[in-house]
Structures are given as structure tokens and as C-alpha cells.
Write a protein that binds this ligand. Structure first.
Ligand code: ZN
Length: 393
């Protein structure tokens, strides 16, 4: 692979990605969180100004701003959004730290794959499009905050009615993803009665009560009914993913709490699913009361719909056309993880999720991206813009 230099001729694509990896943009709201996205957002504004794009920032949360880079050709009548999140998950080891390692045409480090590689691809594509712009399509690249937690950056831009379609940069191994799952997350508490463990009969064990709740959820909800199975996304799933309870080894635990993560199929509405589960939880509460444990559930702290974009949408056709020209995969895919496409699609924007790198490396202790894919993706993004411009003529 020959590395390419962006038009400003100061750095190669590899150097640019290494620089982005070294900027701490770990989401501050996660356990072991970092500084947040501002430094990275500022970097993008400087880069955009340097190459001649229109730039602006929108502060979404205190000290956390989306970066907006725009290429608006005269006479453009529609807008194509490229959404790439700025935040990363926390540091996970030497090869997923903020000290990038460049080896075998790969860049290692936290965020290299998820999803700073895609940002480099998008910036390279925009640089080329500046000298060879589309006719009727404005391109708005938004670096969004908070994708890894509550997607508040994408939520803030999701109701802009002038967006015709969106590309969401995520590691898909350059495969066009047109369907992905949504997610519903909530907590359940069990409340018992504390007592000395020398006389456990005087207390009510909240952990034992929670075992019944967990068994119920596992037996009835760990996987959705086969009739719901989605051709691209498979089954909906439910996972009890966090548990905490008890305070000391010689005290019968008074309280236990679990976090639940339910992955929704694209055609499952979060509110309908929640209503059904809520009814069952009510029954469970009544049963547990009989043995002296109080069960309380909290309303979901996250409810995101999945996406499913029709193959006939111009953005999908543009992706397929671009893939055939670049020689990248042309089979439409579905994936189990959720992305910024959820809030964007909620307001009707047709989305395709597409980017360099594999989801297998995202969030992992050894995170890397192949520079060859980053460079190919730059061509892919550029051609998608061009094809979309032609498709919608
Ligand atoms: Zn990501």
C-alpha cells in the first residue's frame, strides 16, 4: 500500500490517524472515563479551516461540542450527512492506549478502529471533493459527542429536516450495513430485610429474591421468539449484565440491583417491548411480595430503535455503486450493535453504516485498524457522494 498525503502535505494518513489516537477523547460519563471530546472537536475545526471547509461547533453538553465541517457547493439543493462519533471507550491496555503504535501498516491504539480511522477516511474524501465537488449535494461532516453512552451528539442533530440521507462511520470492514438492532436498558431492585447472618431467618435475603427475577428473565427472555427472527440481524436478546448487592459477609443483604440490556430487532418498537416486559414485571413483583421481598423496576434509562434502510433508497444504491467502483464488498449487511444511525433514523433519515476496521477490534484490549482499509474507505466515501449526487439528479 502506498500511503497518501492529505493536500496540506504536512502529514500522511497514517500520521494523521496516529495524531487523532493520541488525543484523549474517552467518554467522561463511562467508568474510568477520560477528558471528553473537546480537544478532538477543536482539532477538527482547525483542520477544516486549514483545508477550506466551513466550520462550526455546537456545544451539546458542558464543554463537549459536536464539530461541524461543511462543503456547500453553489446551487446545492440537498444535504448528505456524514456522522462519525468523537468519543471512545476507556483505555484498555498498551495496545488500546493513547500512545499509538504503527506496525505492519496498522495503527494500534484506543479509538484507532472505533472510530478515528473512519474520520481520517472522511477528511481525506472531503479534501478531494473540495477540488472536485458534487453538483447538487452539500456534505456535512459532523463529529458527534457521546455515541458510546447516550448518543446525545447525534440526538441533537437528528431532527434537521434538510438532511436527505446519512452515512454513519463505524467499523464494518467496508461492508454497507443497512440494518441494526436497537437497545433498551433498565434496572431492577430487590429489597429484603437485613439481619445478622448468625440468624438469617430473621432477615429476607434480597440476593435470593433477585435470583428468582434473573431466572425468570433468563428462562423467558434471553432470546426473542423465532417468529421475530430478522433476516439480517438474527434474534433479539436480553442480558442481565451488571449485578450488585449486599454490603458485608455477615449481614443478610437488604438490597440487590441488576442492569438489563435488551437488544431489539429493527421492527421492534422500544415502547411496545417495554410495555410487555413491564406487565410481566408487575406479576413478578406480586409473587416476590409473598416471600417478603419487594421488587421495583425503574423506567428505561436508554431506549433506542434499530434501523432498517430499504435497498431502494438512493443512499443504498449510491453505496453499492461506489463499492463496485472501488472493489469493496457489495453485500448488504445487518449487525447486532447500535450506532448514531438510531437517533438519525428515528426522524426518518435513511442511513447506511459503513467504515474501515472490524467490530472485533473495537472496544478490545488490542485495538487496531488496517491503513489499507482507511485509504480505500476515503475513496469509497468520495464515490458515495458522487453517486448519490448522480442518483438523486
Ligand atoms: Zn463506534
Amino acid at each position: 500500500m502506498t500511503d497518501i498525503k492529505p493536500n496540506n502535505k504536512t502529514v500522511t494518513a497514517t500520521d494523521m490517524l496516529a495524531e487523532l489516537v493520541s488525543i484523549d477523547s474517552v467518554n467522561p460519563d463511562m467508568p474510568n472515563g477520560g477528558k471528553g471530546e473537546q480537544e478532538y472537536s477543536d482539532w477538527l475545526i482547525r483542520f477544516g479551516n486549514q483545508i477550506g471547509l466551513e466550520t462550526s461547533q455546537e456545544e451539546i453538553l458542558n464543554g463537549r461540542s459536536n464539530a461541524i465541517l461543511e462543503l456547500r457547493p453553489t446551487g446545492a439543493t440537498q444535504t448528505l450527512l456524514i456522522d462519525i462519533h468523537l468519543d471512545t471507550v476507556p483505555i484498555g491496555g498498551q495496545l488500546s492506549s493513547l500512545s499509538p503504535v504503527i506496525e505492519n501498516q496498522r495503527v494500534y491504539g484506543r479509538g484507532s478502529c472505533d472510530v478515528k480511522g473512519a474520520m481520517v477516511s472522511a477528511l481525506l474524501a472531503l479534501e478531494e471533493l473540495l477540488t472536485d465537488p458534487p453538483q447538487r449535494t452539500s456534505i456535512v461532516l459532523v463529529g458527534t459527542i457521546d455515541e458510546e453512552y447516550l448518543k446525545r451528539g447525534a440526538n441533537a442533530i437528528s431532527n434537521q429536516s434538510d438532511i436527505a440521507a446519512a452515512i454513519v462511520g463505524e467499523p464494518t470492514d467496508l461492508q454497507p450495513v443497512v440494518a441494526h438492532k436497537g437497545v433498551l436498558r433498565w434496572q431492577i431492585d430487590t429489597i429484603g430485610k437485613a439481619a445478622h447472618t448468625a440468624n438469617p431467618e430473621l432477615g429476607t435475603n434480597a440476593i435470593y429474591g433477585m435470583i428468582d427475577v434473573i431466572n425468570y428473565l433468563r428462562d423467558n427472555h434471553s432470546i426473542t421468539h423465532p417468529t421475530l427472527r430478522h433476516p439480517l440481524c438474527g434474534d433479539g436478546t436480553l442480558t442481565v449484565s451488571v449485578i450488585s448487592g449486599g454490603i458485608q459477609v455477615n449481614i443478610v443483604p437488604e438490597q440487590c440491583t441488576i442492569d438489563i440490556d435488551r437488544r431489539l430487532l429493527p421492527n421492534e418498537d422500544p415502547l411496545t417491548v417495554w410495555k410487555e416486559i413491564k406487565n410481566e414485571l408487575e406479576n413478578l413483583c406480586a409473587e416476590q411480595e409473598r416471600v417478603g421481598t419487594e421488587v421495583t423496576y425503574h423506567n428505561p434509562f436508554l431506549a433506542e430503535t434499530g434501523i432498517e434502510t430499504s435497498a431502494t433508497e438512493p443512499i443504498v444504491q449510491a453505496c453499492l455503486d461506489a463499492a463496485s467502483k472501488v472493489g469493496s464488498p457489495q453485500e448488504l449487511q445487518g449487525v447486532p450493535f447500535s450506532t448514531d444511525a438510531s437517533p438519525l433514523n428515528k426522524h426518518g433519515t435513511p442511513c447506511v453504516v459503513l467504515g474501515p476496521g472490524s467490530i472485533a477490534q473495537a472496544h478490545s484490549a488490542i485495538e487496531y485498524v488496517e491503513m489499507k482499509q482507511v485509504v480505500t474507505c476515503a475513496q469509497l466515501y468520495k464515490r458515495i457522494v458522487k453517486s448519490f449526487d448522480d442518483e438523486t439528479d
